[in-house]
Write a protein that binds this ligand. Structure first.
Ligand SMILES: Nc1nc2c(ncn2[C@@H]2O[C@H](COP(=O)(O)OP(=O)(O)O)[C@@H](O)[C@H]2O)c(=O)[nH]1
Ligand SMILES: [Mg+2]
Length: 452
């Protein structure tokens, strides 16, 4: 590898030099602003140091056209691809688009080597023009795909490991380029928008939603809105989030609801939530309530619900299998509303989910999926994905009092369309539960702009 250092006023000045001295296959390894010359620390000049390299001495300037690069592909080591990407990642979103096109194109003929070569070809191109042509050269090389790919020698088994490593390296690169590109975009945004982004990141709002929110706000700025003031920006952000979440508000248990089921992972607060809601139904609404529990997995779980049943003077049935459920309903025939507690098991397992489902299908009713706000979005998503196919549409989010990070609710609601009916915020029965209200939630999520 031949490495050369250039001191220039701007990176663009170095490009023709690199091109003529190292050739178009050269890659830029790094660029750095430095101060040179001067006298006793004064009159120093700001310069840019560009370090470029060419893989082998054999690569002569202007040897091949960009689209021909795939023919040299097999010889391109991962390192070169990496630095190739590094070379043009310094440019804007186009490079990202180019890399994405290479990596995401569902074309089995695009092998890792070829992708690497395309990246390298693009990097070579950057030395003469911009990221636009880098993207362009990747696109045209992709368009020339089949012949180019066919001309490549098939990778041998022994090169398979190297190829896998290369694919994973290219994937890492893609993520890195995306990140860099997003960072650049972020740097150019107004200060208040950056503060909002920081707040959303702290609240673990998925980037899908924070990007969408910020895009909508930027559109408003483009249309003339002055959102340089954080308070104004927060108000607009809040209005957008309310637009998104309001349609998911749920009225909670309705007078017509006869059976209400509570499902969800272990320890999220199903039994406690039942006690809270049953107390509301009996004490405030004067309803006759009954309990059924299929949570016979843990002895203590039955006792826990029985304690609440005794306090509230509510009859309770224990079922050990789905075929006992109809009988339990018969016994509770005189009740206005029946709450059914289910076993808190490992709901990442499909088996447990279908078991719960067969318990519920004995008698139709409203099903609430209970999830704790202290959980991570990813874990909640797995549980939601398990239950949604069985028709679960409502959720209860618990333990609001145990966290300051609220993004998971928004992520789950928007991703899966689950309606958040109730929010529980403590262990006290019956007080610590409320209907979900989008305004209150958005207020918590965005916080006070004065605090940012
Ligand atoms: N801090 C807090 N604790 C809660 C809340 N809801 C339930 N818990 C507690 O979480 C633990 C597990 O609750 P439990 O109802 O037994 O969960 P289950 O296994 O889903 O039935 C108990 O100690 C509850 O008191 C809540 O909203 N906030
Ligand atoms: Mg329980």
């Amino acid at each position: 590898m031949r490495v050369k250092r250039y001191l220039v006023n701007e990176v663009s000045e170095a490009l023709p030099l690199i091109r003529s001295e190292l050739g178009k296959d050269a890659v830029i390894l790094s660029t750095k602003d430095i101060k040179t010359g001067g006298f006793m620390g004064m009159f120093r000049k700001r310069m840019t140091e560009v370090v470029a390299a060419i893989e082998s001495e054999g690569s002569k300037p202007n040897k091949s056209k960009a689209a021909a690069a795939p023919f040299q592909a097999a010889a391109v080591p991962a390192r070169t691809a990496n630095s190739a990407a590094a070379a043009y990642a310094g440019n804007t979103g186009n490079a990202t688009a180019a890399a994405t096109a290479v990596l995401d194109r569902p074309d089995p003929q695009i092998t890792a080597e070829r992708a690497a070569a395309l990246l390298q070809a693009a990097a070579g191109h950057t030395s003469s023009v911009t990221a636009d042509s880098a993207a362009g050269s990747i696109m045209s090389a992709l368009a020339a795909g089949p012949q180019a790919a066919n001309s490549m020698t098939k990778p041998s088994k022994s090169s398979k490991v190297t190829e896998d490593a290369l694919v994973s390296e290219i994937r890492d690169m893609k993520e890195w380029i995306m990140k860099l590109s997003r960072q650049k975009e972020l740097d150019s945004q107004p200060e208040a928008i950056k503060q909002l982004r920081t707040r959303l990141d702290e609240q673990e709002v998925a980037s899908e939603w924070s990007d969408k929110l910020i895009d909508q706000l930027m559109e408003q700025i483009d249309e003339g809105a002055d959102l340089s003031d954080t308070r104004q920006l927060w108000e607009r952000a809040s209005a957008i989030l309310l637009d998104w979440l309001k349609p998911y508000e749920h009225p909670g248990i309705q007078p017509s609801d006869r059976a209400v089921y509570f499902v969800g992972p272990t320890g999220v607060g199903k039994t406690t939530t039942i006690a809270k809601l049953a107390a509301e139904q009996t004490l405030k609404k004067g309803k006759k309530v009954g309990f059924i529990t299929s949570d016979t997995y843990r002895i203590a779980a039955v006792d826990q619900l029985r304690t609440y049943a005794n306090i509230l003077n509510v009859p309770m049935e224990v079922v050990f299998s789905p075929n006992e459920v109809p009988r339990a309903f018969e016994r509770l025939e005189d009740r206005d509303v029946i709450f059914m507690d289910t076993a808190g098991r490992n709901y990442r397992s499909e088996l447990h989910v279908s078991e719960v489902n067969s318990m519920m299908s004995a008698h139709s009713g409203n099903v609430f999926l209970v999830m704790s706000l202290t959980g991570r979005t990813k874990d909640m998503a797995i549980v939601a994905e398990r239950f949604i196919p069985y028709g679960v549409r409502q959720a209860v989010f618990t333990k609001l009092d145990e966290t300051f990070v609220y993004g998971s609710l928004l992520n789950i609601v928007l991703e899966y369309g689950l309606q958040p009916a109730y929010i529980a915020s403590g262990q006290t029965v019956p007080d610590d539960i409320d209907l979900f209200q989008a305004e209150a939630y958005v207020g918590l999520l965005l916080g006070d702009p004065a605090d940012v």
